[in-house]
Structure formats: C-alpha cells, structure tokens
Design a protein around this ligand. Sequence first.
Ligand SMILES: Nc1ncnc2c1ncn2[C@@H]1O[C@H](COP(=O)(O)OP(=O)(O)OP(=O)(O)O)[C@@H](O)[C@H]1O
Ligand SMILES: [Mg+2]
Length: 288
Amino acid sequence: MVKTIAFHSYKGGTGKTTIAANLSTLLVSKGYNVLLVDMDVYAPSLHVYFNFKPEKWMNNYLLDDLEFTDVIYDFTDIVNDFYTSTLSENKIGLFSIVFSNPKKEEITSLDFQNRDSSKSQMLKKMLYLREKTAPDVIYDYIILDTSPGIRPWSINALAIADVIILSLKMDHIDIEGTKQMADDVYKSFINFGAKSYLLLNRIAGYCTPSDLNKGLISKPGRFEFTLLEQSETMIELENYLKMDVVSTIPCYCDIQFERQEFVTVLKYPNHPFVGKMNELVNKINLNS
Ligand SMILES: Nc1ncnc2c1ncn2[C@@H]1O[C@H](COP(=O)(O)OP(=O)(O)OP(=O)(O)O)[C@@H](O)[C@H]1O
Ligand SMILES: [Mg+2]
C-alpha cells in the first residue's frame, strides 16, 4: 500500500525540500515508485533542485484547470541515466514529480481559492491526489514537501500523511516553535493514526573548524561542548514531544554554499549526506 510522507517544520529553511528531493531520488534508485509533490505552494522551490521549467503545475490541479494526472512529470530518466552511467545493476523505480508555480499571481489565486472553498473541498483535492494518482501506476511512496508553519495547504498535506517528518535546526526558535506546533497541530494527526518523527538538520559536527586540533582557536573544547549540548537537547525534545528522532544530519558547508540547489544524491553520490539519506530510507522502511 502507498505510504505518504509529509515534510513539515515550524520555521523555514530547515531542509524540507532538500531532504524530500534527495530521499525521493534515492527511493527511486532502490526500485520504489515515488510521487514527489511540491505542496509548498506559497514559496515553491522543487523545480530548482531538478533544474526544470514546468509548463503545468500543481496550481492547475488545485484550481481545477487540469486533472492531477496532467500535471505529473516523469523524471525516471534522470535516475536511470545516472545509474546506467555508474553501471549499477539496481532496478529503478518510477519517478513522478509535480511542481508548484512560484509566480506571484498563481500564489495569490490559490489564496483566493482558499477563501472561496470550504475546508472539506480543499481536503478532497488532497485525498483525490492520494487515491487516484494515475490509473496505471502503483506508487510505493508519495512524498509531500510543504510550507513551514500553519498554512492551509500544508495542513491539508499533513492530513493525508501516514508519516510526518518534522525538520528543525537546533536553535531556540525552532525548538520552541516545534513544541508549540506539536500541541496545536501534530497531536490531532497523530491521534488519527499518523506517525510523526523529528529530523534534526544542520547540526554541528561536519564543518569543524580546521584549526581546532592545532589549538589555534581561543576556546578549544567549545565545539565538543556544543555536540554534548546537542545530544542533551535532543533527548529532552524526544521526551517532551514523545516523538523519536529519525535522523540527525550535520550542516555540510559544501552543500550550503553551492550556487544553485541540486540533488546531492545524483551530483555527489559519495557525499556523507547521501549516507544520511540511506540511513533515513532504511529507517522509513523498517518503520513501515
Ligand atoms: N544538512 C544541510 N547541510 C547544508 N546545507 C543544507 C542542509 N540542509 C539544507 N541545506 C541548505 O539550506 C537551505 C534551506 O534548505 P531547504 O530549502 O531544503 O529548506 P526548507 O525547509 O525547504 O525551506 P523553506 O521552508 O523555505 O521551503 C538550502 O540552501 C539547502 O541547500
Ligand atoms: Mg522548501
């Protein structure tokens, strides 16, 4: 049966799109059929990761201009080409992606539609998406990238998710905001049977100052202290929210400072970030 995974967070910039794009690509490379949907309709960015200029968008489906099957793009080949070139014997899955339109007028139209439609109509759109994706394809995973915070389309995305992954950075605003969202939003979905996990992204540990071991920085030992603080905060958060941490991903400066977003799994398959994504795939499959 298809498993729907939604990425959400309190604040922006916690890695939802990066992880959704990479996780989906990796799942396809392992033979799963994946539908990846940009539900961040308020500030879409998925098309940038795939360096693609779509002509049909999620917006056309949400605004009733087109059928859902008409806005799906087939990206199987980018994974296929990559694995053919690396002479892998892997059986590749099918990769379908639906993008959201970043144009201001499109985003505004959706907001108008929100005001005109009843909540149940909006939810129906999402349920239909899960039930009737494509008549001839059986997806193993539907991955939903969402907008941060409490926004109507994000909440609708969470409503159809079997698994909610809440990404956050280890800073005070993210931690307190996630606690608040747990009380306000996530609890009701969990009560209805969704599983939810924390994903700590951009933690310390990778970009260790190179001078640290040479004793050239003013406070040697401060960095190790940060790592200890992080694990204490993590345990405290797990206990408070009663959610497990499904993954901890360091902040990789080399990914952070690249000029354009990209799918690391395809561009740098040996990068430690890809190891983290592989761990995440295993955990998701284990907990399925
Ligand atoms: N582990 C990481 N290490 C380094 N850079 C990262 C990491 N995770 C994400 N980034 C970078 O951080 C930026 C924000 O990530 P991303 O766009 O995925 O966040 P988001 O949660 O989708 O943001 P928004 O809520 O605005 O949609 C991007 O430039 C991305 O490349
Ligand atoms: Mg995003």
